[in-house]
Write a protein that binds this ligand. Sequence first.
Ligand code: LLP
Length: 436
Amino acid sequence: MSVSSASAHQRIPTSSYFVHRAGVLHAESVPLDEIAAHVGTPSYVYSRAAVTDSYRSTDSALSSVPHMIAYAVKANGNLALLSQLCRLGSGADIVSGGELARALRAGFAPEKIVFSGVGKTDPEIDAALQAGIRSLHVESAPEIDAIEAIAKQRGVVAKIALRVNPDVDAATHPYIATGLHKTKFGLELDTARQLLPRLIKSPHLQLEGVACHIGSMVLSPEPIGDAVAITARFACECVAAGAKLSTLDAGGGWPILYGNEERDAQARSVFGQAIIDGMQRGGADRLGLTLVVEPGRSIVGDAGVLLTRVVYVKEQGGKRFVIVDAAMTELIRPALYHAYHAVVPVNDPKGAAESPADVVGPVCESGDFFAQDRSLPPIARGDLLVIRGAGAYGAVMGSNYNSRPFAAEVLADGAGFRVIRARQSIEDLWRHERDD
Ligand code: LLP
């Protein structure tokens, strides 16, 4: 199953943040051709207002219960976006020592940082304990041993949450599904149960929560609600066994539309309600817990586009190939998950007749495409296009394959914009190499 199906027909994507005005696509009030002229292409362009609005609508989706949003830093860890989210009141969900450093650097209070991931190393655990983060989400018995040993050495009490694997099918792309028995993620409920007495007894561990995350781009709220209900029941068991829990973490996974933000606000409230209902169904609403969610994609995904220039247009084998200066090195999602991203010309095509085209990059791989058999208007060498829905898992998954420097990242804010990550230079490519 695809993350979202590649469609033969181009949807006309509407957006409050990326709008054609006077024939030119704008990011907020900044014409994208102006950004291309100043910063070059390929470049990521984010809308500050879009990030703020998606954060706020997530917050209001959960407003009926005590909650904290722990933004999943992996979706986009740019410091400017992190500090914006931090100022909005967000916490952070991290998965590495690098993300811990980034989150602290951006100003997140340690007590708002949760640490997920199946393979935390000793130095990463040590850094997290030293920083005094809110909770380490543990996923295996050996990880608990490691945390306990390091906490003992440091003479501290490690706050942990048990991430359970509720065995619920998220019905998403297999590469981003995490909540089934057969995946590497989380603890099976029975294993988690067996660990309880030992955790509660340990003077170096404090079981402060339970957590789940069944996958990403979960299109319907039911599986998330079901997973939360199972996790909530387990929270009740933990409390009955003597744990003093303060948190139930429902993970992330809320979807976006990759081209139509207008319907997204509605979806957030539906997902929020499914989680709140799940807590209730599982009986955890009486435990006085704070609900934590870890959305990444739904906060920043539709807030960003990848701005790219057409290098050539070529007809071959009865097909139209639009060859652009961005590639799978900037945005790997179509290659990796066959993911759909709307492609929109910066110059308004004003209803010009459409015909199918493949939008491809210059990298030497047949998987280097953004769209296949997509219905698009006439496109010429030198035209600018945007790839929509590129704010999450875009820049962060970039690579230097084919010695291509990382793209610039730009933040549009009203009528102004600023570069929030400079384009990597050619010298940067070999900065840590030797030539002898
Ligand atoms: N919490 C945990 C424990 C996670 O593993 C993830 C994502 C999230 C939260 C955030 O999920 P979100 O709200 O963004 O769906 N590269 C893939 C997505 C991988 C997601 C991995 N974990 C993509 O481009 O679709």
